[in-house]
Design a protein around this ligand. Sequence first.
Ligand SMILES: [Zn+2]
Length: 54
Amino acid sequence: MKNDDHIVIDENSDLNNIICEECKKEDESVKQNLIMHGFKFCNSCKLSKTIFPI
Ligand SMILES: [Zn+2]
């Protein structure tokens, strides 16, 4: 029978998905911003992008 192996795999795949493309830090907000806005930025990078758009 399986133990909690699938939980470990889920956490690993999540970790790959929450790395900010701007500062390369892992942050829960990266995943939220990816879902909501379609870009992989953490909240602090999103904030600087919003205040100082390119
Ligand atoms: Zn960032």
